[in-house]
Design a protein around this ligand. Structure first.
Ligand SMILES: Nc1ncnc2c1ncn2[C@@H]1O[C@H](COP(=O)(O)OP(=O)(O)O)[C@@H](O)[C@H]1O
Ligand SMILES: [Mg+2]
Length: 320
């Protein structure tokens, strides 16, 4: 691969912005079938508001006999790539994700420039599985209660890790979460991530131009064009947890659902609502109490699991 530096991702106007129509951009070149003679595109894995993600074979790793040669490559879609310095979105994603190290967060292995198209790209491990958004809304598959609890716990863990490392995810939603075939959760998509410390945000992003957010999960202030914050992450996380654990979106619940809920579900409802208020400063989520409710549910699940066995034993004894 040729040597390069950050200047390869910058045009003469070094701010992510497409308002200046005077600076005519060269037409966008397509991504070739083999990128830089190394990554052979096999198929599209998914499309988001800003990027396209391809499954690729790393021909170099394949040629030296490595078994792990399948990867995912993200490029900007044609709309996002039209912004001046659009590739800075990828640089930003790379920088933010690189501050993290968590088994449930998809790492970004490389940031590189496609020589043929002069477009940036990211290389990540490919996750074989299904988007949580599809699983949550699928009429054919149901995520078991135990798995829901496990995913909720992991999601909390992931977000706390991000915030501890100073990273605001900015776009938490089920379509940015993959559940792999072995039922592990993988959080990804740090394209509009920000650092809590403004000095560490190397590039300006005009959030009015970013159309990535989904009205179902983004905080109201973010939908109005403000930069995401810890409080907006908390808002999105709470909606996600609500949907996972109470099996309905908090905006869409029916009136009588509250009465049919268990004691634990009512506690979760109350806790999560406190993090979904319209005023960011007033949002709170008591993780300690929430986790203690998870434990209560887990205990109940374990007792339920043991029941049939106990009943079997009792029935054996009653025969004598
Ligand atoms: N590492 C990966 N492995 C498999 N599929 C992925 C991976 N990363 C992303 N995808 C797929 O590509 C889609 C778009 O990726 P994403 O990073 O969310 O782009 P955007 O920033 O445009 O939202 C995802 O919804 C998912 O289906
Ligand atoms: Mg996405």
């Amino acid at each position: 691969m040729t040597e390069m530096n950050i200047n390869h991702f910058l045009s003469d106007e070094s701010e992510f912005n497409n308002e200046d129509s005077s600076s005519k951009k060269a037409p966008l070149k397509p991504i070739p079938k083999i990128i830089n003679g190394r990554y052979k595109i096999k198929r599209v894995l998914g499309v988001g508001g800003m990027g396209i993600v391809y499954q690729v074979d790393d021909l170099l790793l394949k040629s030296i006999g490595l078994e792990q040669y399948e990867f995912a490559i993200k490029v900007l879609n044609s709309e996002s790539a039209e912004f001046n310095d659009a590739d800075l979105l990828l640089v930003n994603e790379y920088l933010q994700a690189n501050q993290l190290q968590h088994p449930n967060i998809v790492p970004i292995q490389h940031l590189a420039l496609c020589e043929e198209s002069q477009r940036g790209f990211l290389v990540m491990p490919m996750i074989k599985g299904e988007l949580l958004s599809l699983l949550l809304d699928s009429p054919f598959e149901d995520i078991p209660d135990e798995a829901r609890l496990k995913y909720a716990f992991i999601l909390i863990n992931c977000l706390l890790h991000c915030h501890k490392r100073g990273v605001i995810h900015g776009d938490l939603k089920p379509s940015n979460i993959l559940i792999s075939n072995n039922n592990e959760l993988h959080l990804f998509d740090f394209s509009i991530s920000r650092n809590i410390d403004p000095d560490k945000n190397n590039f300006a992003i005009n959030f009015n131009q970013v159309h990535a957010w989904s009205g179902d999960y983004a905080a109201p202030e973010v939908l109005q064009g403000n930069a995401p914050t810890i409080k907006s992450d908390l808002y999105s996380l709470s909606i996600l947890l609500y949907k996972l654990l109470l099996r309905t979106h908090p905006y869409q619940q029916k009136e009588n659902t509250v009465e049919t809920r268990t004691k634990e579900q009512q506690k979760i409802h109350k806790l999560l609502l406190q993090a979904m208020g319209p005023v960011p400063a007033e949002r709170h989520l008591n993780f300690k109490v929430l986790i203690s409710v998870f434990k209560e549910i887990k205990n109940k699940q374990n007792t339920e699991k043991k029941k049939p066995l106990l009943q079997k034993v009792t029935s054996v004894f009653s025969r004598h």
